[in-house]
Structures are given as C-alpha cells and as structure tokens.
Design a protein around this ligand. Structure first.
Ligand code: ARG
Length: 399
C-alpha cells in the first residue's frame, strides 16, 4: 500500500520536482502523478516545462496561468497592509505560496486526487506555507514532501533522475538558488552564504547597478484607488500591466535591491538578496498616501496590525482566522486611500516628492505659518494645562 493513490505535484521543471515524479511512484507507491506548473509571471516558457513533466512520467501535466490572481488577490492586499517582514522584505516569495497551494487543492479536487505534493526541503519557510495553506483549504488532503525525506545530495538527485530518463541540467548549474515571479527575485546560497561577502553584480537581473543608471532623475506619478495602484502618469493600467511597467521603470534606476539576514520560522538565520523594484516603491507610495488620508490614530494603530500581518503571512498563515480579521481591519481603513503620489527616481532611490488626494485631511489653513492661519493659538494654553495635569500632580507629590 502506497502513501497515496493519486497525487497533484507542484512542478517547476527543475531537477528536484522532476525527480519527485518517479520517486513518488517507485518509492512511495503512488499510482498516478499529475503535475501543476503555476505561471506567476516569472517569464519561463511553459510549454517545454509542461512537456518535461510528461516525459518524466506525469499522467497529466497542467499549466495554470495565475499571474492576475497573484497580483490582484495576493500582492495588492499585502500592499494595503504595507507588508514588510522584519521591516524590510516585502514577501514577494511568501505571497506566491498560498496561491500555489490553492491551485494544487483546486486541481486535486477536480481530478479526485487524495494527496498533493511539493518539492520543498525541510529547512525553509516554503514547506510550512504549503503544508499549512493546504491543510486550511482542504484538511482531508494528504501532503507529501519527498525532498524533505529522501536525504539525497544534489549529485544523488541528478543520478536518480538519470536512471529514470530525466536528463541532468544542461547548463553548468548556478551556485545560487533563485525564486522568481512577477513581484521579484529572491536569491540565496552559494557565495551569499557568507554574510560578510558583498553580492556580485551577477546575482541581479531586474535592477541596474548604480554605475549604469541614468544621470538624470525621472519623475513618475502613481494613482491609487482605495489602497490599490491603478495608474502610472495618468494612464490607467490593470494590476499585471502596472507591476510589469513599474518594475521596468524603477529597476532602470537601480531601485529595489535588498540585502538582509532574516529569521526563518524554522529558527535558522539566512542571508537573502531580494530584487523587488515595483513592490518596494509601491509600499513607499502607498504609505505616503495614507499619511495624507488617514487620521493619526488610525495610521499609528495600523502600524501594529501591519507588523503582525507581515509576520503571519511570512509564517504561512495566509488562510487563518487571524489573517482574515486583520484583512477586515485593513480593508476598512482603505476606503479613502485614493489619490496620486509623485516620485523622483534617481540613483537607487525613490523619493516621495508630492502627494494629493480628494480625501486629503491636510488643511493648509491650519498648517500655515503665514497670515491665513486659522488655528486658534489661545486654545493651546488650556489644552496644554489639561494635557499636562497628571504630570504636574505627579511632580508636586514626588519632587
Ligand atoms: N527567504 C524568502 C522567504 O522565505 C525567500 C525564499 C525563496 N527561495 C530562494 N530560493 N531564494 O520567503
């Protein structure tokens, strides 16, 4: 008796997920493997990948074009939350996992599979995100993770594949491990494992080196509607086109590189390089618009929500009751986060230089130091007396 009869496997076309196909059948007694490759705008050619799964022994090879869902249903909600894990990483990889999990579960239900599988190892966050998301979406499905158990080295995996007719990688394999989608690239391993070593220029693909960026600044305007970006320089764009265009615009100025040591859920510290051009600028711009359109207390309270949100999304709890509750709060705050942010792009920096909104709470008559000032200066005295009263009493007793 095998571990499962019919399995839907998350498939990337790489050696590991390819080897998973014969491995599941030969070692774990699975009768049928259906593969699913998700297109999240990573720019891979999907037909060869679809074909490779069949050549590796898949009975059905599915390709899901999910880029629109990815941006509209995962990236934009996270943007409304200004989500940055440990204040820096905008979750470009983490956001893809709950969507892939959903695609796997949908396929498993459609094809009557009793399990889903993925190629994650036991050291990362992604295994947690897959396993927990799948359990949340359909707790009756088994989750199989062969690479977490097989204990094969890279060479052994390639050798196992060759025995099963899976050709070993043609190009000399890169020392880096790269995860890629429309939001950006996550790069780790190889020489990056030493946190003292500066990344070579070769790790980057979406952002220019500062030496090669334009010597003149460029100004752009991003329009938002209820917390979501909807236009660049007045041109209305759908979510996918907007991200695609913005990646190009800001990557050209070398904006969106992050080099950090982060804390994984499994307790390991890891050094990771991120390239997230559009997303990093959008978070800055969105925050800027919130500073104009939200009251101070909502802005400040929301910061705590954002931190919790970022942490639970990083930790795999996208489909959780806490996440749903935070979403409701965040959505409520976005009703009037509409307007335009003007941004200067220059030499690796995106600077927010202008902001406007029909819902702006900024009142020039109150803020001005000029003669149009409407603020009642005399009212300040009584206010300060009451505000400072507890401190005054405390001081009198304890001096
Ligand atoms: N550390 C990031 C995360 O947990 C990205 C991991 C992506 N994998 C990679 N091969 N770089 O979300």
């Amino acid at each position: 008796m095998g571990r499962a009869k019919k399995v839907v496997l998350a498939y990337s076309g790489g050696v590991d997920t390819s080897v998973c196909i014969p491995y599941l059948k030969q070692e774990w007694g699975v009768e049928e493997v259906i593969t699913l490759a998700a297109d999240l705008g990573q720019g891979d050619e999907l037909e060869p990948i679809r074909q490779k799964a069949l050549n590796s022994g898949a009975s059905v090879s599915l390709v899901a074009n999910a880029t629109e869902r990815f941006i509209a249903d995962y990236a934009f909600p996270a943007l409304k939350a200004n989500a940055l894990y440990e204040n820096r990483y905008p979750l470009s990889t983490a956001l893809a996992r709950p969507l892939i999990a959903k695609l796997l579960v949908e396929a498993a239900e459609e094809y009557g599979a009793d399990a889903v599988a993925h190629g994650c190892t036991g050291k990362g966050n992604d295994q947690v995100r897959f396993d927990v998301s799948i359990a949340a979406l359909n707790p009756n499905l088994k989750v199989l993770a062969p690479a977490r158990e097989w204990g094969m080295s890279r060479e052994q995996t390639i050798a196992y594949g060759e025995k099963c007719g899976i050709p070993s990688p043609v190009k000399k394999s890169s020392p880096y491990s790269v995860d890629l989608n429309l939001l950006g690239r996550s790069i780790e391993a190889g020489p990056l494992e030493d946190p003292w070593v500066e990344p070579l220029e070769e790790v980057y693909a979406l952002t220019k080196a500062i030496e090669n960026t334009p010597n003149e600044p460029e100004y752009i305007e991003i329009g938002f509607d209820r917390g979501s970006p909807v236009s660049i320089d007045g041109e209305a764009l759908n979510p996918v086109s907007l991200i695609t265009k913005l990646n190009q615009l800001v990557g050209n100025h070398g904006i969106g590189r992050i080099d950090m040591v982060e804390n994984r859920l499994v307790g390991i510290k890891s050094r990771e390089i991120y390239e997230v051009p559009a997303l990093s600028v959008l978070i800055q711009a969105h925050r800027e618009l919130e500073s104009l359109t939200l009251t101070g207390d909502v802005t400040q309270y929301k910061r705590g929500i954002e931190e919790t949100y970022s942490k639970i999304v990083y930790n795999g709890l996208w489909y959780s009751p806490l996440k749903a509750a935070l979403d409701a709060f965040i959505e409520q705050t976005q009703a009037r986060v509409s307007g335009t942010i003007r941004i200067k792009l220059f030499k690796g920096n995106a600077t927010m230089v202008g902001r406007k909104s029909d819902y702006s709470l900024y009142d020039m008559d109150l803020a001005t130091y000029g003669e149009d000032d409407l603020f009642d200066h005399k009212a300040a005295e009584g206010f300060i007396y009451v505000w400072g009263l507890p401190t005054r009493v405390w001081s009198q007793r304890n001096r």
